[in-house]
Write a protein that binds this ligand. Structure first.
Ligand SMILES: Nc1ncnc2c1ncn2[C@@H]1O[C@H](COP(=O)(O)OP(=O)(O)O)[C@@H](O)[C@H]1O
Ligand SMILES: [Mg+2]
Length: 326
């Protein structure tokens, strides 16, 4: 194969120009035929004839959008192998997650009836109860790549730039289906603009909501926020599904604790229920930490089984931390 073509192909890949890559591939096939390499030419043609990228696996050439000012990436993709998907939720919340996942799986069947799966999802609730985890789980169960919006690079001190960046993010999600994740999207409402202009923040938020409303991508858009007060009805209206992830109840605490310790041997007489009750009011994240710390404590003490004392020890530590907190 000729070196000039090879270099042009590399440049086309580097610049992300899919049409150029395609025409160069055709040129290479023609070139190989011309010099009598029919076998390789046929094989190459065969590869080109294969269906293009599946919606869930964008090809190599999919370009991640970058910010207008300094070309910093606006999205961060979480590799599939890093997605966590084991969640403990009250069954009513679990069912609503599953409904989103089922509708997505049935999207072509729904489309035949002119129906669309719920695809604009808002996750809200207290910190540490599984909003970020919930987004990972949705991506895992739908097979969509999880692309997290980087507010640090997206927000510019110039209104026009912020809006242009937002536009790029939604365009990218339209061009290549993904689970677009706006985690802690209240960051937006707290952002400071050049002139410290509150009106501008409102306009950014409205711009985002408008893009959300008109978004026609084939994937999901997932937003997460801790704020309750900031959620007015105008906001709820833009989402097809509003999933409230509450603090875990006693049942969920017990399940969280048991799952966290499932890889360990535990004392048979462990009073799971009593312990769970003592953790009432804690976040999922705190319960998981208690389980992990109890496990570590027992290992460091050289014991074979995690005991109730280990868990109480870890529990006391968290209580202490709460008291120290300002
Ligand atoms: N419902 C849950 N099921 C399983 N683990 C949970 C749950 N909620 C929280 N956790 C644990 O706490 C950690 C923090 O949760 P995260 O999803 O980041 O909370 P949030 O985004 O709501 O602040 C998770 O990585 C997980 O270990
Ligand atoms: Mg989070």
């Amino acid at each position: 194969m000729n070196a000039t073509l090879l270099k042009r192909l590399f440049r086309a890949i580097q610049s992300g120009s899919a049409p150029d890559v395609e025409s160069l591939c055709q040129r290479i096939v023609a070139d190989e035929k011309r010099v009598g390499h029919t076998q390789i030419a046929q094989e190459l043609e065969g590869i080109l004839a294969q269906p293009t990228k599946a919606p869930s696996s964008p090809g190599l050439l999919t370009r991640m959008p970058t910010s207008r000012r300094d070309s910093a990436p606006l999205l961060q993709e979480i590799p599939v192998e890093q997605l966590r998907h084991e969640m403990v939720l009250p069954s009513s919340v679990e069912k609503r997650f599953q409904r989103v996942e089922k509708e997505f799986a049935a999207r072509s069947r729904l489309a035949k009836h002119g129906l669309k799966p719920r695809h604009r999802i808002l996750l809200y609730g207290p910190p540490g109860c599984g909003k970020s985890l919930g987004a990972e789980r949705l991506a895992w169960n739908t097979g969509l790549p999880l692309r997290k919006v980087r507010f640090d690079t997206l927000l510019s001190s110039y209104f026009g730039e912020t809006m242009a960046n937002l536009r790029k993010v939604f365009d990218a999600a339209q061009a290549s289906p993904c689970a677009l994740f706006l985690d802690e999207c209240d960051t937006l409402a707290r952002s400071r603009t050049e002139r410290n202009d509150v009106g501008e923040v409102t306009r950014i938020t409205n711009g985002l909501l408008e893009m959300l409303e008109h978004h026609r991508g084939d994937g999901l858009v997932i937003a997460a926020t801790n704020l309750d007060s900031a959620l007015d009805t105008a906001l709820f209206r833009r989402f097809d599904e509003v999933l409230k992830i509450p603090l875990p109840g006693i049942d969920e605490i017990e399940r969280l604790l048991r799952t966290t310790l499932s890889a360990m041997e535990t004392d048979r007489a462990l009073a799971w229920r009593d312990l769970a009750q003592e953790m009432d009011g804690m976040s999922g994240s705190e319960v998981v930490h208690i389980g992990q710390n109890a496990a570590k404590h027992s290992v460091l003490e050289g014991r074979k089984r995690v005991s109730e004392a280990d868990i109480r020890h870890a529990l006391a530590e968290i209580h202490e931390r709460h008291h120290q907190a300002p």
